[in-house]
Ligand binder design. Structure first.
Ligand code: BGC
Ligand code: ZN
Length: 379
């Protein structure tokens, strides 16, 4: 079958290649799920992998199949797969797989303390930019058929879900926490999805980003009742204090602006992966003093737990109910077929207006909302 892969360590090595077909028996004990890939989203991590700044091949391979934001349809299942995953089910597979730390042993590999981590499509495990994959059912989230197109947003959504869930988890320290005002720094896919989750939790959100409104992303923020502010027109520090701040711009100096707009007892969550070497001067006495006297927290958050996938799925369904038509608008830039990988990288690196670039892997078919009958014969 066809797959998009890179040679880690070699810049711009993205290519199409023929790889072995996966088989149910690749996963032991009847736990395998064979999935037809429908669409796969790409993001800044894929950009860095193609630039050879990040990522590694599985041991014994000189290539890595990329793609970690998957959406697929089940073709066949092993004998020990529970009945909520059957041929025809729409599914998303998670990214990180267990290593050796205590946290990995209890299913929280997103909290691993190992130096080497295993992530499908990113580090030491092949990803989903191919025609079919096999996975252990325990790493698969089934979705209702209404998510058979927008479900590709689940993996990036889980990054926001974990960030917000971590904030709530941490705030159990203060016994009562009723956050009212949130700031989201950045209006890319994760910023938009973080705004969505916060709005679904009934929290007022101000999203700060560079471009001047109105433009697509500022309108999307306003459509779900958020406030948008361009940092070209206003100082982040002029908007009052926030109980929760999520930093997802990818520009690390803004962490320190985020720290300065945090209310007492507030939480600042950092989710940007910043591979560079940037340094910046900060008012450290002032920030430190306010953190100490105000019992404030700054926490990093990476990847997502199985619960974040389940909550993310539920929030996608809620988004349909509360904000019909909103999720679809994030899917700005489809690429038809794995063959068009050069266009995929071009859109990802050069199209500043794109929100989500994704590859439509399987040919679109009228049967997409209920594939069960179509695949029954193969199962
Ligand atoms: C992915 C996460 C992953 C992180 C670090 C992000 O782009 O969405 O699943 O943990 O990169 O590799
Ligand atoms: Zn990602």
């Amino acid at each position: 079958m066809k797959a998009i892969a890179v040679h880690p360590g070699t810049p711009n090595s993205m290519h199409l290649r023929e790889v072995d077909e996966p088989a149910l028996a690749d996963v032991p004990h009847g736990r395998g799920v064979l999935v037809e890939v429908l669409r796969v989203g790409v993001d800044g991590t894929d950009k860095e992998i193609n630039a050879a700044e990040y990522g590694d091949a599985p041991d014994g391979h000189d290539f890595l199949i990329t793609g970690h934001e998957s959406l697929g349809r089940v073709l066949a299942v092993g004998d020990d797969v529970p009945t909520h995953i059957v041929p025809g089910t729409i599914v998303v597979a998670s990214v990180r797989r267990p290593g050796t730390s205590l946290f990995d042993a209890i299913g929280l590999q997103d909290m691993t303390t190992d130096d080497v981590y295993f992530e499908r499509g990113i580090n030491k495990r092949h990803g989903y930019l191919c025609e079919r994959y096999v996975e252990d059912w325990r790493y698969i989230t089934p979705l209702p058929s209404c998510l058979s197109e927008t479900g590709v947003l689940l993996e990036p959504l889980t990054v926001a879900e974990k960030a917000i869930a971590q904030a709530f988890e941490i705030q159990r320290r203060i016994k009562v926490w009723e956050p009212r005002r949130a700031a989201v720094l950045g209006s890319g896919t994760v910023g938009l999805l973080a705004t969505l989750v916060l709005r679904l939790r009934g929290i007022e959100v101000t999203c700060f980003s560079l471009p001047r409104p109105p433009y697509r992303n500022s309108e999307l923020i306003e459509e779900i009742g958020g406030t948008y502010a361009s940092t070209q027109d206003t100082d982040i520090k002029d908007h009052g204090e926030f109980d929760i701040v999520i930093e997802c711009t990818g520009f690390s100096p803004l962490v320190w602006d985020g720290a300065q707009i945090l209310a007492k007892n507030g939480v600042l969550v950092l989710v940007s992966v910043t591979g560079g070497e940037r340094t910046v001067e900060i008012p450290s006495d002032h920030i430190n003093q306010a953190f100490v006297l105000g019992n404030k927290v700054m926490v990093g958050s990476v990847n997502a737990s199985p619960e974040d996938f389940a909550r993310g799925r539920d929030d996608l369904v809620k988004a349909y109910a509360f904000y019909p038509g909103w999720l679809e608008q994030l899917l700005t830039t489809p690429i038809e077929g794995l063959e068009n990988h050069e266009q995929m990288i071009r859109e990802l690196t050069e199209n500043a207006d794109a929100i989500k670039v994704y590859v439509q892997v399987a040919a679109r078919s009228g049967a997409s909302s209920n594939g069960a009958a179509a695949v029954g014969a193969n199962a």
